[in-house]
Ligand binder design. Structure first.
Ligand code: UDP
Ligand code: MG
Length: 317
């Protein structure tokens, strides 16, 4: 199997038939062996039955029906787990992404990239509720992660199989797949893609997505920088706080002991105590984190690195 297209759908009854027809046309034209994995994310509008009909008439279709609505990220994960292609393409099930862009994305991977990310350079969504938050989020994500893209939120992306096999997604993290994957060392290309207004069905998101994306960004940033060495970040701030507190405390102690200046009426004293406490707590948190890291990696025999190639000419034995 060369190509898997993974599409999470949630209440897209009005879109799936048109989507499948358009998508099949493009995929047939590519001349590769392919499958389309539809993940029904607990739809309540009959989407699953429609997908069943599509699967009955097209052997290239796999339908994964989730038991309830788990969210787009979890649905994508389910799709990844069931995809068998060498290349995995993700897209939305509402026809906002254009299947005609798939060959361009796949061609990028053939050039040697591991991820080809779509960039909706002419995005067809509401300005205030969608484009503005997205602009801010994109700026912030590219500032905080080392992966520079114009449009993290575009679901239309192509991945090599080993990329999706090596990442686990939680929360709302599908937009961070390139950033998460950057940990294992990937080459990422960006491709301008077409974007269309939603013609049928409802968008599942509104402005409330913004704080969730911010919190996920915090998690991703932490995992990318400190997942294997939490003491480095907690310890740094812990030391800084603790030493400032100790310094301040010493200063007041010396004042009191040697110069007889009373401690009463010195708010800095409370600050010193607070800083010492916070410092001790931060360092303890870092140490607990170090224990967690060991449990996480060693119980699952997870390597803390990823190998690209091994050149070993000694031969077997
Ligand atoms: N989706 C999903 N589960 C959800 C929400 C959305 O599988 O809980 C799917 C939805 O059916 C669509 C894609 O994720 O195929 C993107 O959703 P939507 O078009 O509502 O997002 P937008 O394009 O408005 O950002
Ligand atoms: Mg959409």
């Amino acid at each position: 199997m060369q190509l898997s297209v993974v599409i999470p759908v949630y209440n897209e009854a009005e879109n799936v038939a048109a989507l499948h027809q358009e998508l099949s046309g493009v995929l047939e034209g590519m001349g590769v062996s392919y499958e389309v994995v539809y993940v029904d994310d607990g739809s309540t509008d009959g989407t699953f039955d429609l997908l069943g009909e599509i699967a009955a008439s097209d052997p290239a279709v796999v339908v994964v029906g989730l038991r309830r609505n788990f969210g787009q990220t979890a649905a994508l994960s389910a799709g990844f787990d069931h995809a068998q292609g060498e290349v995995v393409v993700t897209m939305d099930g509402d026809l906002q992404n254009d299947p005609a862009d798939i060959p361009t994305l796949v061609a990028k991977l053939d050039e040697g990239y591991d991820i080809a990310a779509g960039w909706r350079h002419d995005r067809q969504d509401a300005w205030l509720s969608r484009k503005l938050p997205s602009m801010l989020a994109n700026g912030l994500i590219s500032l905080t992660t080392k992966v520079k893209l114009h449009d993290y939120g575009c679901t239309l992306k192509a991945f090599r199989k080993e990329v999706v096999d090596n990442i686990k997604l939680y929360g709302e993290m599908h937009r961070f797949i390139p950033a998460i994957a950057s940990w294992m060392g990937v080459k990422i290309a960006e491709v301008k893609v077409n974007h269309r207004p939603r013609r049928a069905g409802q968008s599942k998101y509104g402005i409330s997505r913004t704080p969730r994306v911010l919190l996920d960004l915090l998690t991703v940033k932490f995992l990318l920088s400190y997942a294997t060495r939490p003491i480095q970040i907690f310890g740094k701030w812990g030391l800084l706080c603790g030493m400032t507190g100790v310094g301040l405390g010493l200063y007041y102690t010396i004042e009191k002991l040697f110069f007889g200046i009373p401690l009463a009426g010195k708010p800095g004293l409370i600050l010193a105590v607070l800083l010492i406490l916070v410092g001790v707590q931060l360092i303890s948190l870092g140490l607990l984190g170090e224990l967690q890291v060991r449990t996480y990696y060693e119980t699952q025999c997870k390597p803390t690195y990823r190998v690209r190639t091994i050149l070993d000419r000694r031969g077997p034995g």
